[in-house]
Design a protein around this ligand. Sequence first.
Ligand SMILES: Cc1ncc(COP(=O)(O)O)c(C=O)c1O
Length: 369
Amino acid sequence: MAVPLIDFGRQHDYLRRDMEKAISLVIEHGRFILGPEVKRLEQEIAALCGVKHGVAVASGTDALLLALDACGVRGGDEVIVPDFSFFSTAGVVSRLGATPVFVDIEPDTYNIDPDLIEKAITDRTKAIMPVHLFGQCADMDRIMAIAQKHNLPVVEDAAQAIGAEYNGRAAGSMGDYGCFSFYPTKNLGAAGDAGIIVTDKDENAERLRMLRVHGQSGKYEHSMIGYNSRLDTMQAALLLIKLPHLRTWSEQRIEHAARYDEAFADVPSIVTPVVKDYTTFHIYNQYTLASPKRDAILAGLQEAEIGYCVYYPIPFHKQPCFASLGYKPNQLPVAARAAEEVFSIAVYPELTDEEQQEVIETISRLARG
Ligand SMILES: Cc1ncc(COP(=O)(O)O)c(C=O)c1O
C-alpha cells in the first residue's frame, strides 16, 4: 500500500464547502488587501499565543525578515541561529546584509544547543533566533536568560510550531517576536504562502505594521524603507476556517507519534524523537527518526512507495552560498551528523491506522535488514 507523506485532499474533503463559502465572501466584499478577515486572524492567533498583537505577512520567511528588520539588524551585524533548520532561518539574516552565526544543535531535539550560544556572542551580535524545529520548542528559559544577560532581542522562528507549548507557554510568546509560517504543510496551512508575527509590545507591532506596507507612516508618507508583505485576505479567510481544528489536528498527530514511538522502541538502529520535560505540547509538524542506516532505509521506502522527506540534508555551515563565511566541513558535528541520519515520515492527522501500520512494518523490516 502506498502511503503519502502528506495529503491535503483529505482535510479539504470535509472543509471544502466552508472554504469555498469563505472565499465567496471575500470576493463579495472585495477588500482583498488587509481586509476584515486579516484583522480577525491576527486577533485569533495573538489570543492563541497569549500576546497582544499579531501582524500577518506574506510568508513565514517574511515574518522572520520583518522581525529582524524591526530589531534593527543591518549590514555588519551578526545574528545567532542554529546550524540546522529550513533555509529561511539563515537566509533572512544575509538578506539584511548581516552575518548568520551558526551554532550547533542538541543531538536529541535538533534544536539550538543553549550551552554553545554564549561563546558565539560578539560585540556585533544583534539578535538571537532559536528555531522550534519539527514542532518542539527550543530550551527557551535558558535562551532567554542568555539574551537578557547580553541585552539581546530574541526572534523565535516558530514556523513549525504553532500551538506548541514550553512549560505551558505558547511558542512565539516567549521572545520579543514570534514568527509563524502558514505554508501548506504546516499544522495550520494556507492555500499558498502566508505567515504572521506575534509580539506583546505595542511599539514592536506598530513598527511591523509599517514595515509590511513599504514603511508607510501616513498616506504616501514613508518614515522607513519597508516591504510589500501583506497577507492576502483570501488566505486569512481560509486560515480562519481551519484554525478551530488546529488543536484537534495536533492531538491526532501526537497520537500517531505515540504509536510510532512504541512500535520503533525496540527496532535496532532507529532513534525516535526525544520529548523534553519542558515540552508540554509537541505539535509534531514532523515526526523525525534518525538512523545510521538512513540511506538504505530511504531506498527501501522509495521502492515501497512510502512517503518520506529529509529535513534537512545539508547544515547551514556546509551550504555553498555560505562558503565565504569560512566554516570547515563538519565544523559543527552534531548538525552534520543529523543531516546524515534524519528522515521524516507521515504524521498528518488523517493518516489511517492501516497506513501507519504499513509505514511501521516497512521501516522495521528495512532497519533490521
Ligand atoms: C523553520 C522554518 N523557518 C522558516 C520557514 C519559512 O516559512 P515560509 O515557507 O512560509 O516562508 C519555514 C517553512 O517553510 C520553516 O520550516
